[in-house]
Design a protein around this ligand. Structure first.
Ligand SMILES: *[C@@H]1O[C@H](CO)[C@@H](O)[C@H](O)[C@H]1NC(C)=O
Ligand SMILES: *[C@@H]1O[C@H](CO)[C@@H](O)[C@H](O)[C@H]1NC(C)=O
Ligand SMILES: *[C@@H]1O[C@H](CO)[C@@H](O)[C@H](O)[C@H]1NC(C)=O
Length: 741
C-alpha cells in the first residue's frame, strides 16, 4: 500500500518534471545529516525528493551524482570516512569551491567515492596531504587550489588516474619535486597542470613531453631550479608555459619553435641565460612574452617583429643588446605593453613604435638610447605609462612640450633620461589641458638647472613629483603647498634649493586630509614602477597609492626654522630634511605626525632639546638627528632607545641611551667644542653607513651605481595584500640607480 502510494508520487513527479527522480532513501538521509554538519542556517532542503534540492542531481535510479554547492558559506569537517558523504557512492561531480571547509581528505573516503569525475574543492581551508586513493577513481578534473594542503605529490599519484585532464593544486604548501610521471604511466589526456605558488623544489624532470595533449603548464612562484626539461618542447599542444618566480637557469632552446600553439610564455624572475632563440617570432600565436628579470643575452630577435598577435612583450632586466632603431615594430598592432628596461640596447627611440596604436605602456630605460621624443608619439592615444629613465636623450623642453598633449598619460618617468639641460620653465608652456591626467612625474637625476617651474601648479591630478638630484635653485614656491590637491609625495632632495621651509608647505592638502578622489581611486599602473631606494631592496609599486606619503628636501641649502605648523601634515609618513642649514629647535608639534615612519633631521644646525613628545610617534622605524647642536637627555621611550647610537651622534651636548655618555645633572660640558657646524665635511664612511639603513632616502649617494654583480636582494612587492607580501628573490642588481623606472 505504502509502496503503491510512493509509486504514484514517483509517476506523478516524473510526469510533471521528467528530469527529477525519486531519491534513494539512504542518500536522502545522508544528505540531511550532511546539511546539519555543513551549514548554519541549514540549506533549504525540504521537498520530498532530494533529487530536486538545490545543488543536487540524480541519475534515473535516484542516486545522487552531482553535489554542487559553491559559495554557500559551508564550514565543517566532512572529508572523513565516517562522514555521511561516504554514502553518496554514485557521486560523479562534487563542487564545493569557495566555502570554509576544514580538515584533511581521508584516503578511505575516496575509496567509497570512486565514481568521482570532477572534484573542485578550491578556495577552502583544507589541509593535510593529497589522498592517493583519489586516483583510483575516474577522476578527470581535480582542483584543490587555494587551500592549505602540504606534503609531496608522490609520483605514483598519477599512475592510475587514467582519465585525468585537469590538475590544479596551486596556492597550497605542497613540497618536494613536481612529479614528471604525470604522462608516463597514465593516459596522456592531461590538458591542464597548475602547480603554482607552492614550495616545490628541485629540477623539473623530463616527462612532460609525453603529455601530448598538454595545453597549460603553470608552476610559478616555487623554488624550482635547473633548466627547462628538454622534452617540454615535444608537447606541441602547449598554449601556455608559465614558470615565473623560480630559479630556473640555462637557455631557451631553439626547439621552442615546435610549440606552434604557444600564446603565453612567462619565465620572468628566473636566472635564464644565453641568447633568445632567433626564431622565437615564428610562434605566430604568441600573445604574451614575459622574460623580464633574467640573465638573457644577445639581440632581440628580429623575428619577434612578425608576431602580430603580441599583446605584451616584457624583456626588462636582462643583458640584451643591439641597436633597436633597426627593429620595425609597426606590425605589432595589438601590442599594449612593451618593457625593454635595464638592458644594453643602443640606438634611437624607434619611430616605428609610434605605429603600435594599442600601446598603453612603454618602458625603455635604463638603456643607452639616444635621440629625442618625436611628435609622432601623440598618435599613441592610449599611452598611459611612459618610462625612458636612464637613457641619453636630448631636449627635455621639446619632450615636455610634446608629451603634455598625450591625453591619456598618467605616469611619466624620465629619471636620468636627460643630462645637464635647463628645466623647461616657460610658464605658458602648459595650457589648461596639458598633462591633464598626469599622476606621477619624475625628472630626477637629470642635472637640470633653473627653478621649480610654475607650470607644475597646473597639473591638478599630480600625486607624485620627483625632481631629486638636479641643480634646481631658488626657493620652494608656495603653490607647491596649496595648488596641487592630490600631491602626496614630494621629492626635491639633492638640489640647490635655498630660502626657508614655506609655511604653505605645511598645508599640502593630501597630507592634511585624505583627498576624496584618492579614496575612490583604483588606478593600477600598467607596469609596476621600480624604486630601489636602498642598496638591497627593490620596491615594485603597482599602485601609486602605495607610495609613501613623503616630503624629501634633503641635501639642499634650506635655512631658518622648521615651522611648528608642520604638525598639520598628519598623513605624512616620511620626512627628510637632513643635510640643510635648518636652525632653531625641533618643534614640539612634530609629535602630531602620527603616521611618521621615517624622520631624518641630521646634518643641520638644530639646537635645544629633543622634544619629549617625539617619544609618542609609534610608527617611527627610522630616526636620525645626528650632527646638529642638540643638547640634553634623549627622551626615554621604547621607540627612541631602539635606534642605534649613530642616529644621535655628532651632538656633543646630547646624552643618555642609546649614546654611551650618561646624563650628569648640572654637568658643565667641558668638551663644548664649536666645530660641529660643518656637517658637510663628514667622513665618507659615515655617508655609506647611513645609506644602509635609510629607506626612502633619496639623499646621499646620488651617483652610486651598483656594478653588475650577482647579489641577493629582497624584492618586495609593495602592493599585493597591502604591503604584506614579501617575496625574497635573487635579483640581479643590474645597473640599478636609485631612481624610479
Ligand atoms: C565549480 O563551481 C564554480 C561556480 O559555479 C564554477 O565556476 C567552477 O567552474 C566549478 N568547477 C568545476 C571544476 O567545474
Ligand atoms: C587554478 O586555480 C586558481 C585558483 O586557486 C586559478 O586562479 C587558476 O587560474 C587555476 N589554474 C588554471 C590553469 O586554471
Ligand atoms: C617575417 O615575415 C615575413 C613575411 O611572412 C617573412 O618574409 C620574413 O622572413 C619574416 N621575418 C623574420 C625575421 O622571420
Amino acid at each position: 500500500m505504502a509502496y503503491g502510494f510512493l509509486l504514484i508520487i514517483i509517476l506523478f513527479t516524473s510526469i510533471i518534471s521528467p528530469n527529477i527522480h525519486a531519491c534513494n532513501q539512504n542518500e536522502h538521509s545522508a544528505l540531511l545529516s550532511l546539511n546539519l554538519t555543513l551549514s548554519s542556517p541549514p540549506l533549504n532542503w525540504n521537498s520530498i525528493t532530494c533529487c530536486s534540492w538545490e545543488g543536487i542531481t540524480c541519475n534515473p535510479e535516484g542516486r545522487v551524482t552531482h553535489l554542487l554547492l559553491p559559495s554557500k558559506g559551508l564550514d565543517g569537517v566532512i572529508f572523513t570516512s565516517s562522514s555521511s558523504l561516504a554514502n553518496l557512492t554514485h557521486l560523479t561531480h562534487l563542487n564545493l569551491t569557495h566555502n570554509s571547509l576544514q580538515g584533511s581528505l581521508e584516503n578511505k573516503l575516496f575509496e567509497y567515492l570512486n565514481s568521482l569525475e570532477i572534484l573542485d574543492l578550491s578556495y577552502n581551508l583544507l589541509s593535510g596531504e593529497l589522498p592517493l586513493s583519489l586516483t583510483s577513481s575516474n577522476i578527470r578534473t581535480l582542483d584543490l587550489s587555494s587551500n592549505r594542503f602540504h606534503g609531496p605529490i608522490p609520483s605514483s599519484f598519477f599512475m592510475h588516474a587514467w582519465k585525468l585532464t585537469s590538475f590544479n593544486v596551486s596556492n597550497n604548501a605542497f613540497s618536494s619535486n613536481i612529479p614528471s610521471s604525470v604522462c608516463l604511466h597514465s593516459n596522456p589526456l592531461v590538458k591542464v597542470l597548475d602547480f603554482s605558488s607552492n614550495q616545490f623544489n628541485g629540477n623539473i624532470y623530463r616527462g612532460f613531453g609525453r603529455c601530448s595533449e598538454l595545453q597549460i603548464f603553470r608552476a610559478s612562484h616555487n623554488s624550482l631550479s635547473g633548466p627547462l626539461p628538454e622534452d617540454i618542447y615535444n608537447a606541441t599542444k602547449l598554449e601556455e608555459v608559465a614558470v615565473p618566480l623560480n630559479s630556473l637557469y640555462g637557455g631557451i632552446s631553439d626547439r621552442i619553435v615546435n610549440l606552434t600553439n604557444l600564446a603565453i610564455l612567462d619565465l620572468s624572475f628566473n636566472q635564464l641565460s644565453e641568447v633568445l632563440p632567433l626564431c622565437l617570432g615564428k610562434l605566430s600565436r604568441l600573445k604574451i612574452i614575459a622574460l623580464d628579470f633574467n640573465d638573457l643575452q644577445g639581440l632581440l630577435p628580429q623575428s619577434l617583429m612578425n608576431c602580430t598577435n603580441l599583446v605584451e612583450l616584457r624583456l626588462g632586466r636582462n643583458n640584451l643588446e643591439g641597436d633597436i632603431t633597426k627593429l620595425n615594430f609597426s606590425k605589432l598592432v595589438q601590442l599594449t605593453k612593451l618593457d625593454l628596461s635595464v638592458n644594453e640596447f643602443t640606438g634611437k627611440l624607434p619611430m616605428s613604435l609610434y605605429s603600435c596604436r594599442s600601446l598603453k605602456a612603454i618602458r625603455l630605460g635604463p638603456n643607452n638610447l639616444e635621440g629625442q621624443i618625436q611628435p609622432e608619439i601623440l598618435s599613441l592615444h592610449s599611452l598611459s605609462f611612459l618610462s625612458l629613465s636612464g637613457n641619453r636623450l636630448e631636449n627635455v623642453m621639446g619632450a615636455m612640450k610634446i608629451l603634455m598633449h598625450c591625453k591619456s598619460l598618467r605616469a611619466l618617468l624620465l629619471s636620468g633620461a636627460f643630462n645637464g639641460e635647463e628645466m623647461p620653465s616657460d610658464d605658458d608652456m602648459v595650457g589648461y589641458d596639458g598633462f591633464q591626467n598626469l599622476r606621477i612625474l619624475s625628472l630626477s637625476d637629470c642635472d637640470l638647472t633653473g627653478q621649480l617651474p610654475a607650470w607644475l601648479a597646473k597639473l591638478k591630478n599630480l600625486e607624485i613629483l620627483d625632481l631629486g638630484a638636479n641643480k634646481i635653485a631658488g626657493t620652494i614656491p608656495s603653490w607647491l603647498g596649496t595648488d596641487l590637491p592630490r600631491l602626496f609625495h614630494i621629492s626635491l632632495g639633492i638640489n640647490l634649493i635655498s630660502g626657508e621651509f614655506p609655511k604653505e608647505l605645511c598645508r599640502v592638502p593630501a597630507l592634511v586630509h585624505q583627498p576624496v578622489a584618492a579614496q575612490e581611486d583604483h588606478y593600477e599602473l600598467e607596469l609596476p614602477i621600480y624604486s630601489n631606494n636602498s642598496a638591497t631592496v627593490l620596491h615594485a609599486y603597482s599602485r601609486l597609492s602605495n607610495f609613501p606619503a613623503s616630503i624629501n628636501l634633503s641635501s639642499n641649502n634650506i635655512t631658518g626654522n622648521i615651522p611648528p605648523e608642520i604638525g598639520q601634515l598628519q598623513l605624512l609618513q616620511r620626512l627628510y630634511l637632513d643635510d640643510n642649514n635648518f636652525s632653531g629647535n625641533i618643534p614640539d608639534q612634530m609629535s602630531n605626525l602620527k603616521n611618521l615612519e621615517a624622520l631624518d633631521l641630521s646634518k643641520n644646525h638644530l639646537s635645544g632639546k629633543i622634544p619629549s613628545s617625539l617619544a609618542s610617534l609609534n610608527f617611527l622605524k627610522s630616526f636620525v638627528v645626528s650632527y646638529n647642536n642638540l643638547e640634553g637627555p634623549i627622551p626615554t621611550s621604547t621607540q627612541l632607545q631602539s635606534f642605534e647610537a649613530s642616529a644621535f651622534e655628532g651632538n656633543p651636548k646630547l646624552c643618555g641611551a642609546p649614546l654611551p655618555n650618561e646624563c650628569r645633572i648640572d654637568a658643565h660640558d667641558k668638551n663644548n667644542r664649536d666645530d660641529e657646524d660643518d656637517g658637510h665635511q663628514l667622513p665618507w664612511f659615515y655617508i655609506f653607513a647611513a645609506f644602509g639603513f635609510i629607506f626612502g632616502f633619496w639623499g646621499v649617494c646620488g651617483s652610486l651605481i651598483i656594478k653588475k654583480t650577482w647579489r641577493y636582494a629582497y624584492f618586495q612587492f609593495t602592493d599585493n595584500v597591502q604591503d604584506r607580501l614579501y617575496v625574497m628573490l635573487a635579483v640581479r642588481m643590474n645597473r640599478m640607480k636609485r631612481w624610479l623606472s
